[in-house]
Design a binder for this molecule. Structure first.
Ligand code: FAD
Length: 278
């Protein structure tokens, strides 16, 4: 990041053999675009948490990709995290995204030793073994009391972390305003914009609601022009490409694409941005 603008992709760990095949194919295709790193999400809890480590381990062994493992506070003890970090170090993982995580609706995760991402971040950073990122919420996190406290908590995280990756959003102004607000608080670390290409209407409405992202009127109007899934996908690619372009022009340190484990959309966006010639 210090050297150049970065291109990165986010994947989620698959739960089924079919999902594993899909991820394998997706990674094989996107590896050709030579991303600077890729990130692997972490389950909110329960028995499938090992999947992130499994995917990261597989990537270290079988690909040339530089993985960043997501890690959340939810239900973790300090001992759990210390063990996970030792394992990540052993397999050569250098990048961790330290996150709060979301409490599951059924409350099935037991309370852990961490309350906020900043607590987890402190433990990861204290090992001095990892490059550590944190989450940023351009449109303010839904649980934040107000905008000022949201920004102050983020600034506090960034006084320790190396960089931030944002929640997805659709107007470049959200990122510009966030970066300016951080600068006013004396924080100048890289804030990498997370870009979510719209794949289908229902899914994006659900994800936007969960994350506190507004679907702007121009985008709702645009999506209302069609019910054809291919048209929706095409609009999604166009919107994501334009947003990424505007962000890079506004000085963003790179582009982080949420792939949802599908390669084609990410490839088309990279081609539009001239970041790839597959
Ligand atoms: P925090 O920084 O803990 O913030 C959560 C809330 O607490 C905010 O409102 C903040 O302002 C407030 N807060 C922070 N510190 C304090 C304090 N000291 N006192 C009072 N209030 C405070 N979730 C997953 O489960 N797995 C993933 O892999 C995952 N990947 C993500 C990747 C990205 C790029 C992003 C943006 C989000 C991701 N999430 C993931 C979702 C994330 O876990 C949720 O958005 C979560 O609700 C907040 O995470 P955070 O790290 O911002 O938490």
């Amino acid at each position: 990041m210090a050297a150049k603008r970065t291109l990165s992709f986010e994947f989620f760990p698959p739960k089924t053999p079919a999902g594993q095949m899909t991820l394998g194919r997706t990674v094989a295709e996107l590896e050709q675009l030579k991303p600077d790193f890729v990130s692997i999400t972490y389950g909110a809890g329960g028995s499938d948490r090992h999947r992130t480590g499994d995917v990261v381990n597989w990537m270290r062994k079988e690909t040339d990709l530089e993985p960043m493992a997501h890690l959340t506070c939810m239900g973790h003890t300090r001992t759990d995290v210390a063990g996970l970090l030792v394992e990540y170090r052993r397999i050569g993982v250098e990048n961790i995204l330290a996150l709060g995580g979301d409490p599951p609706i059924d409350g099935s995760i037991p309370a852990g030793d961490y309350t906020y991402a900043s607590d987890l971040l402190a433990d990861v950073a204290s090992t001095r073994s990892f490059c550590v990122g944190v989450a940023a919420h351009p449109e303010v996190h839904p649980r934040s009391a107000d905008r000022a406290s949201d920004r102050q908590h983020l600034a506090d995280k960034l006084s320790v972390a190396d960089f931030a990756v944002t929640q997805f959003f659709f107007d470049v102004e959200h990122w510009v305003r966030l970066v300016n607000e951080l600068a006013d608080l004396g924080v100048h670390k890289p804030v990498l914009p997370g870009i979510m290409p719209i794949g289908n209407k229902r899914q994006i409405q659900r994800m936007a609601q969960m994350s506190g992202t507004a679907l702007p009127e121009w985008l709702v109007d645009r999506l209302e022009t069609t019910d054809d899934p291919d048209d929706v996908r095409r609009i999604g690619i166009e919107v994501a490409s334009n947003l990424a372009n505007d962000l890079l022009e506004a000085g963003a340190p790179g582009v982080h694409l949420y792939t949802l484990n599908r390669p084609q959309t990410a490839i088309e966006i990279c081609v539009n941005l001239d970041l790839a010639s597959p």
